[in-house]
Ligand binder design. Structure first.
Ligand SMILES: NC(=O)C[C@H](N)C(=O)O
Length: 486
């Protein structure tokens, strides 16, 4: 008997199409798994079984009539930063505890049109600020590989639920690593598309020039199938790029012979664990065995500045974006007060957690008159230098290969009181957002029973190339097939 929760999208699709299983069965199997594991994993903010079962029923009806697309009837989860009409969307913040959006995010509509089934909304660091889900105002998600460890963040719930086989796939958002870092920590495939490839309409904004939505899946093929469904122009997002969506799954043939891959040395910094470097070296050996050429002498000298640039630009944008939470328009409101200003202050003081407040203060400072040129403008200039450096490298290479993270999943509480240590988790992922590039993290082995991720970075809008390399690697390895014992 097939273990329904272990199936990929592609495998489930085949069984659904051949009428060997129904979406209702598949959905029920996942809902049961959620019920069994959630007390331990805590990946979900909200589970919506009624919605899931009625969507599964609709999918089964469509399939009976021969109307089946790659995601029809497939149970999925969405990070709680994506607006879902009629379903609470909290961003794991007290500020939006009871916020029920009156509309769907663009990607949510797209997935609904495909017939995907929504199991629920996943836990995250508050407003996507963090690398461990410990900044959730509600609870910390556990890493399915070792429940004393964090699952990464900010999309920790979305990564954990796929790793724990509670959902076939999920969506997250990535501003500085929030998809790739938890994908690495949980040993799943996590994809950040090129900036502009997926509409941000209905994604609660953190840092708009960096945010992108992307999938968590069990392998690169599934990732391509989800990208096919969510990518594409949308005039409601002014940064959405008007170009035809490629077929992300075409070219996934396992062949990367002749591909030129560069390995930038700055990504193997002082804070990198040597046993992670070893795993990455093994992975490079696999890629070279597949016929790709590997150049380890690549240098991107501005890399060390990326973290500083990010922690000026992202908080600046956040301070502007989060000004909307004033207790008047929507969300939490504290109002037993004397006047409007006091109400606003108290709303924000009580509604936001410490990390969100820290970022708002950093951003407000960086944007304030007198400091704007010294911090914000300077960071923008360095951002351009970082982008140019990548563009130069891509004249020689088809893709760049790095570790996804400098560290292994760490213990719950370990970095919570040291924000800088937490920020350092993203040294390998942040430069990619700064330059708007596509990048994927794929499972590359284990150290002390904990997952290591490999990052493949592509040229702007060469998303298919990154996926092709990821797929080829997965044809030659089995790391992505390993699942935690739960
Ligand atoms: N949002 C992200 O992509 C994660 C990053 N760790 C941050 O805290 O900003």
């Amino acid at each position: 008997m097939t273990d329904l929760v272990k199936l990929t999208i592609a495998q489930s699709h085949k069984l659904l199409k051949d009428h060997k299983i129904s979406s209702a069965e598949l959905t029920k199997a996942h809902l049961e798994r959620i019920e069994k594991l959630e007390p331990e994993i805590k990946a979900f903010m909200t589970v919506c079984p009624e919605t899931a079962l009625s969507q599964a029923e609709a999918a089964d009806k469509a399939i009976k009539q021969g109307d089946i697309r790659p995601l029809t009837g497939i149970p999925m989860a969405l990070k709680d930063v994506l607006c879902t009409k009629g379903i609470r969307t909290t961003c794991s913040s007290k500020m939006l505890e009871n916020f029920v959006p009156p509309y769907n995010a663009h990607v949510v509509d797209k997935l609904a049109k495909e017939g995907a089934v929504l199991l629920g909304k996943t836990n995250m660091d508050e407003f996507a600020m963090g690398s461990s889900t410990e900044n959730s105002a509600y609870f910390t998600t556990r890493n399915p590989w070792n429940t004393d460890k964090v699952p990464g963040g900010s999309s920790g719930g979305s990564a954990a639920c796929v790793a724990a086989s509670e959902a076939v796939f999920s969506l997250g958002s990535d501003t500085g690593g929030s998809i790739r870092q938890p994908a690495s920590f949980c040993s799943v495939t996590g994809y950040k598309p090129s900036y502009g490839m997926v509409s941000r309409y209905g994604l609660v904004a953190f840092a708009s020039s960096l945010d992108q939505i992307g999938p968590f899946t069990k392998d690169a093929m599934d990732c391509a199938l989800v990208m096919n469904a969510i990518a594409g122009f949308d005039d409601r997002d002014s940064t959405s790029v008007p170009q035809t969506v490629p077929d992300f799954s075409s070219g996934l043939d396992g062949n990367i012979k002749g591909f030129k891959l560069g390995v930038p040395k700055e990504y193997f910094s002082q804070n990198m664990r040597p046993d992670i470097t070893e795993k990455i070296n093994d992975a490079l050996g696999v890629l070279s065995g597949l016929g790709a050429s590997i150049d380890r002498e690549v240098s991107l000298p501005h890399t060390p500045y990326a973290l500083a640039v990010y922690y000026i630009l992202a908080p600046s944008e956040a301070s502007a974006n989060l000004s909307r939470y004033d207790g008047v328009k929507y969300g939490y409101s504290y109002n037993p007060t004397e006047n409007m200003w006091e109400a606003m202050e108290k709303t924000r003081a009580k509604g936001f957690g410490p990390e969100v407040k820290r970022r708002i203060m950093i951003g407000t400072y960086a944007l304030s008159a007198g400091y704007y040129d010294a911090w914000y403008v300077k960071a923008q200039k360095v951002r351009t230098l970082i982008s140019q450096e990548f563009n130069n490298a891509f004249e020689k290479y088809d893709a760049l290969i790095t570790p996804t993270t400098p560290n292994l999943p760490f213990s719950i509480g370990e970095k919570l009181n040291d924000p800088f240590e937490m920020y350092m988790c993203d040294t390998c992922t942040i430069p990619i957002n700064i330059a708007g590039l596509p990048a994927v993290s794929i499972p590359a082995g284990f150290v002390d029973g904990l997952p290591v991720g490999l990052q493949i970075i592509g040229k702007p809008f060469a998303d298919q190339t990154t996926m092709r390399i990821a797929h080829a690697f997965q044809c030659a390895t089995a790391w992505h097939k390993e699942t935690p014992r739960l």
